[in-house]
Design a protein around this ligand. Structure first.
Ligand code: TXA
Ligand code: MG
Length: 343
């Protein structure tokens, strides 16, 4: 079983040595906990894929202690990366750049590009420095399940796979980094929505707007085939989405969980089937609570979860991206009513 370690100087040194020796460990970041290994060591990287049961076609993000290290592992095509690094690093932004030597193909799933980020966790940057290697780290969850935002989440779902988890407390941002593709000269494209908005990126680059590959894809999909969003971050309990009005579900054999974006007027304590992501409707608070809430509801004896989508502010769009991938469909296409439930 995994040991959950307080971030003392001794445990940081111990975990750094373990990584330098080719082991894996879970580390905190400001977004979600990552499952870390030496990115230059193919057998260490293989341990990440095995522990998560991650398909070898899904490339990893490499975490660096300092922005300058980007030039050691990638060959940027222009200076856009520097402008984004100055504006957002350390922080929840991942840059995809042409790969240089020294990183095995398994990290990038054979792509000629490498995804890099400098996380805003002094603990984890210290471990990376002490380990003396770049650190590959996908989110520390079994492939396809909900990402972890607490050390306890990692222990619950990967505890038998990972020897050490550094406890950095709850992740401040709560959803994975924004991924921006800078691999072609002058071209800036968002591959994954996250805490840093397209507008903030456009502003930092002095541009009008930024192409968003993901948004086009998921909006198209949402309209064409609501039940077929690309599955990711999924709870085991079927999850359905609603926008303005909560559905009035049919009586059911097992109760249904209703997840509001904001605490409903007049609601008592969270519980007994009614839950919310934020007391005040603050998107930052909602993002921070999202994965913990989905994990909790998934562990409750619910027949289905009905989650409200976030308002369409920049961070709300990133939350909705995660909800769409977690969803099995829209409310109204929910599970069969109680009558058909076997007793
Ligand atoms: O916030 C985060 O980014 C967290 C923390 C731990 O840093 N990490 C994370 O990793 O979310 P993961 O493995 O769950 O997501 C990594 C994603 C891949 O699924 C892929 O979509 C994208 O990063 N990616 C990695 N390398 C890429 C590349 N060379 N080109 C395009 N996309 C890439
Ligand atoms: Mg992940």
């Amino acid at each position: 079983m995994a040991a959950i370690l307080d971030p003392t100087p001794d445990s940081l040194a111990k975990v750094a040595r373990h990584l330098a020796d080719g082991g894996i460990a879970a580390l905190p970041t400001e977004t979600v906990y990552g499952l870390a290994a030496d990115a230059t060591n193919p057998s260490a990287v293989a341990r990440i894929f095995a522990a998560k049961r991650r398909p070898s076609t899904n490339p990893l993000i490499v975490h660096l202690a300092d922005p300058e290290d980007v030039l050691r592992w990638t060959t940027p095509v222009d200076d856009l990366w520097q402008r984004l690094a100055e504006a957002f690093w350390p922080g929840p932004l991942t840059l995809v750049l042409p790969k240089r030597g020294g990183i095995p193909d398994s990290v990038t799933a054979g792509l000629p590009t490498l995804a890099v980020r400098v996380p805003d966790s002094p603990l984890t940057r210290q471990i990376i420095r002490l380990a003396g290697c770049p650190v590959a780290a996908p989110s520390a969850n079994p492939s396809g399940y909900i990402s972890p935002t607490l050390a306890a989440h990692v222990a619950e779902s990967l505890g038998s796979e990972v020897p050490y988890i550094i406890d950095g407390g709850p992740c401040r941002r709560g959803i994975e980094s924004t991924i921006v593709d800078l691999a072609r000269p002058g071209n800036v494209e968002i591959l994954r929505r996250g805490p840093i908005s397209a507008q903030a990126i456009a502003e930092a680059l002095g541009r009008g707007n930024i192409a968003d590959r993901r948004i086009r894809a998921s909006e198209d999909e949402a309209q064409r085939a609501p039940g077929l969003f690309s599955a990711h971050y999924q709870p085991g309990t079927p999850l359905f989405l609603w926008e303005q009005e909560p559905p009035t579900p049919a009586p059911a054999h097992l109760p249904l969980a209703l997840l509001h974006f904001r605490r409903p007027v007049g609601a008592g304590e969270s519980g007994s089937g009614q839950h919310w992501l934020s007391d005040s409707g603050d998107p930052e608070e909602a993002a921070r609570n999202l994965y913990h809430m989905l994990r909790q509801l998934d562990q409750g004896q619910y027949r289905a979860i009905y989650a409200q989508t976030a308002p369409e502010c920049p961070l709300g769009l990133s939350i909705n991206d995660r909800l769409l991938r977690a969803a099995h469909g829209l409310a109204g296409e929910g599970p069969p009513a109680a009558e058909s439930t076997p007793h």
